[in-house]
Design a protein around this ligand. Structure first.
Ligand SMILES: Cc1cc2nc3c(=O)[nH]c(=O)nc-3n(C[C@H](O)[C@H](O)[C@H](O)COP(=O)(O)OP(=O)(O)OC[C@H]3O[C@@H](n4cnc5c(N)ncnc54)[C@H](O)[C@@H]3O)c2cc1C
Length: 406
């Protein structure tokens, strides 16, 4: 039995586009992700000639980086049927979640820049749209060695304030401190969306947001991080030592404005995670189903055993619940970009990441010993899924934060 997709009203154009994305994701991304995952030194993931760069190039050539930037700047926002954006994002997550996050994060500073009217921000967004090779790569620099969940839960407590601070002197901010080794694309990014403390006495409520090039004097990087899951996703620290950043790069110097609009950022990022990891959950289910149809034990295929049938049906139900929930949330939030539902986005992030982890774990059980073997993709899917429950905010901290928007 093939997996029946029950999305209705998907246009002909969307189906065609989805076919292209499926081809790229399964022929380029999936094998690249497996190859990069097996490299023992994370520095090799980003070497010249690495298949990582084929993924970046392919992604840009297909214009997948344009989806959130307005047409006036060279982007495609509003052009695409929202369902097309959802299905394509899910498919990328299906192929390789870590690489999908890398691609998504690489757009973040430029998508954000497009929202600000100043010439420097508009130019950044325009240059990004024109980049078909992957020469411009973004990151979102928020977590610090001493502040992880504090960014979700900190509030106005000075003890929980940012360690990376920016002090205005004339036309320049002097930036000092370190963003942690968990910054996705941290060692390869050319630009960062950087959260900095402007008023330490206000804790996290005193932060500003800068969108900066990372080739300025005083900015250095750490080593690529070695970790358990999403190994193709480059991560590493960014260190600021008296880095001088012109005030034109401080996109949001007013902490109250940043606080008032924080919900939009939370909804955007969590919503994306919800779709990507629903895709990974489906991928793990598909592997388990295929294996159960093939493997013979007790003289019959695994699928003939009642316990396996029940387990597969339970997994299928969980996957469909996560996919349906993510679609419903994304359709609403894409239609309401200025007032999205944060609660639904966080719920989707938590449900999809937990579903992906549980389904990948169940799939491993169905594979028996082979579930642990590198020969099959399940152990990688499990590791990739497990990381997602911590990624972009620990699920528990996000859930507590989301209640502020209820
Ligand atoms: C794959 C991946 C990608 C990532 N990408 C990025 C990125 O691009 N940019 C970026 O800036 N960061 C990124 N991160 C970092 C991520 O956002 C942090 O790991 C996360 O916010 C948690 O912070 P922490 O690891 O310091 O854990 P901690 O905050 O130390 O939390 C440890 C535990 O304590 C609990 N806890 C913490 N504080 C409280 C509290 N006040 N009350 C109750 N319980 C609490 C948490 O729920 C958690 O279980 C990424 C992480 C991963 C795994």
């Amino acid at each position: 039995m093939a997996y029946l997709n029950i999305d209705i009203n998907v246009s002909k154009d969307t189906k065609l586009m989805l076919k292209e994305v499926e081809k790229f994701s399964m022929e380029v991304m999936r094998p690249a992700g497996i190859a990069l995952d097996r490299l023992s030194d994370p520095a090799d993931v980003i070497q010249k000639g690495s298949v990582l760069w084929d993924v970046f190039k392919g992604f840009r050539e297909m214009d997948l980086h344009l989806l959130q930037i307005p047409k006036s700047l060279g982007g495609m926002a509003g052009d695409l049927d929202p369902m097309a954006a959802i299905l394509m994002t899910e498919q990328l997550g299906y192929a390789d979640a870590g690489l999908t996050i890398s691609m998504g994060v690489s757009s973040l500073p430029f998508n954000a820049a497009a929202m600000f009217p100043s010439p420097v921000m508009q130019k950044l967004a325009r240059d990004f749209c024109e980049d078909k090779t992957g020469s411009l790569i973004g990151c979102w620099a928020i977590t610090e060695p001493d502040h992880g969940s504090d960014w979700s839960l900190g509030g106005n407590k000075p003890k929980c304030g940012p360690s990376v601070t920016a002090v205005l002197k004339g036309d320049e901010y002097i930036v000092n401190g370190e963003k942690s080794e968990w910054i996705s694309n941290g060692t390869i990014a050319t630009h960062a969306m950087l959260h900095v403390g402007l008023y330490p006495e206000k804790g996290m409520d005193g932060q500003g947001l800068a969108i900066i090039p990372l080739d300025l004097p005083g900015i250095t990087r750490g080593k690529p991080l070695d970790k358990m899951g999403q190994r193709p996703l480059n991560q590493g620290s960014i260190i600021f030592q008296d880095a001088k950043i012109h005030k034109k790069y401080m996109a949001v110097p007013n902490p109250d404005f940043l606080k008032a609009t924080a919900g939009r950022g939370l909804a955007n990022v969590n919503g994306g995670m919800g779709i990507v990891f629903a895709g990974l959950a489906k991928a793990a289910y598909d592997e388990a189903y295929r294996y159960a149809r093939k493997r013979v034990q007790g003289g019959v295929r695994l699928f003939e055993h009642k316990n396996i049938k029940l387990k597969l049906m339970q997994m299928f139900t969980q996957v469909e619940a996560a996919r349906a929930n993510a679609r419903r949330m994304a359709m609403y939030n894409l239609a309401n970009p200025m007032s999205p539902s944060v609660v639904h986005a966080v719920a989707a992030k938590c449900l999809s990441t937990e579903t992906a982890t549980n389904v990948a774990s169940d799939a491993m059980q169905i594979f028996g010993g082979y579930g642990l073997a590198k020969e099959y993709p399940i152990e990688k899917m499990f590791r990739d899924a497990r990381a997602s429950m911590i990624e972009d905010g620990v699920n528990e901290a996000l859930a507590i934060k989301a209640t502020e928007f209820m």
